[in-house]
Design a protein around this ligand. Structure first.
Ligand code: NAP
Length: 344
């Protein structure tokens, strides 16, 4: 029997009004699927890009429910789905569709909610920690001796990255865009925090590490990307995984700004990369959701560390499900710390 559910739908990309809460039906889970009653939905910066129609992987999929992660309770299992039991608390990832009160998904995309976790923690854990782990250990091939600079260090991915770097014993410099975030980045475990709203970012980065950095995590794009590249030491790796600085704080698509930042985005020369012995890599977690064995292995490691108490708590701000537009506005302000979550 289909059940009724609410979803947040973007019929056509746009500003905050593009987000509407709609009632609909969810089919019975098919063979190899699990039905989850969703209790919390994680919010990611990618959801803003999806709402605005700027996310490549969402092209052609509208009307679309954004959302890449959630937590809840298993309500039904389809035939041949044995791994999870009805009533079990779970968290998981999905390639869109996470802003919902109920979802059908393959069990490979779900994990049992660890003992003592709230639904909010479960719904905000997978995307940022999978991203940070994949970036540092798979793309950057992190060594404990690497000096690492992390932009947007008090945000979701930034905080997760600093947690993992601290665990690995790395020397870590966090960069934040406003003074209110300095404490959060320090608390996450950064050795130094640069407040670029009051300090000259690159002058301070040079004072802290005159020889440069082994790894830089940059999801700002044009505003910092060339500086990040220039401050790599030979053998350094620059990880590009987002372009937040292209976005407007107003919630609307600012075409002149997008074009200007597009033009300003550095185009790295293979000659210079070779001559300076530096690496620039890009990745997108969403294309890894099909690489089930890889992300299950990564999550296995993360959950083992979590069970040993090695991952500190992530700051989480919760919003009622219906206040998704407010959550998007806050994230677009660039002022938020840690993760945002919708509570169903
Ligand atoms: N490729 C992937 O697989 C992948 C996966 C997850 C996330 N990401 C990317 O990683 C970045 C962080 O994601 P998140 O979800 O954890 O978000 P977040 O870091 O919690 O929030 C975004 C941060 O970006 C900075 N920012 C710079 N320019 C901005 C602007 N014009 N408008 C708003 N914020 C701006 C702000 O921090 P400061 O001012 O402190 O710098 C802001 O807090 C995003 O760019 C996202 O697209 C990529």
């Amino acid at each position: 029997m289909p059940i009724s559910r609410k979803q947040i739908i973007v019929k056509r990309p746009g500003a905050h009004q593009a987000l509407s809460v709609e009632e609909g039906l969810l089919e019975t889970p098919g063979p190899g699927e699990v039905q989850v009653e969703v209790k919390a939905c994680g919010i990611n910066f990618a959801d803003i890009a999806v709402r605005l129609g700027l996310y490549g992987a969402a092209k052609g999929l509208y009307p679309l429910t954004p959302g890449l992660e959630f937590s809840g309770i298993v309500k039904k299992t389809g035939d041949k789905t044995k791994a999870l039991e009805i009533g079990q608390k779970v968290f998981g990832v999905c390639r869109f569709g996470g802003y919902t009160t109920a979802i059908n998904c393959p069990p490979e995309h779900l994990w049992p909610l660890p003992q003592g976790w709230t639904f909010e923690r479960g719904a905000t854990f997978p995307v940022v920690y999978l991203t940070a782990y994949y970036a540092l250990h798979h793309v950057a091939h992190l060594k404990p001796s690497d000096k690492v600079l992390v932009h947007s260090a008090a945000g979701g991915v930034g905080t997760a990255a600093i947690h993992l770097l601290r665990l690995n014993g790395n020397f870590t410099v966090g960069v934040v865009g406003s003074t209110e975030k300095v404490e959060a980045a320090k608390k996450a475990g950064a050795d130094y925090v640069i407040d670029k709203s009051t300090e000259d970012l690159w002058k301070r980065a040079e004072e802290i590490s005159p020889q440069g950095y082994d790894v830089v995590l940059d999801a700002n794009g044009a505003s910092t990307l060339m500086g990040s590249y220039e401050h790599l030491r030979p053998t350094g790796r620059l990880l590009v995984y987002g372009f937040a600085s292209m976005f407007s704080h107003s919630g609307k698509k600012n075409i002149p700004k997008l074009l200007w930042y597009y033009v300003k985005t550095p185009k790295f020369s293979p000659f210079d990369l070779t001559a300076s012995n530096k690496t620039v890599s890009g990745f997108n977690l969403i294309y890894l959701f099909e690489e089930v064995s890889l992300f299950r292995e990564i999550m296995g490691n993360l959950l083992r560390w979590e069970a040993k108490g090695l991952l500190p708590a992530m700051p989480i701000t919760a919003y009622p499900f219906e206040e998704v537009a407010k959550a998007h506005k806050d994230m677009e302000s660039g002022k938020t710390v840690g993760k945002l979550v919708l509570k169903v």
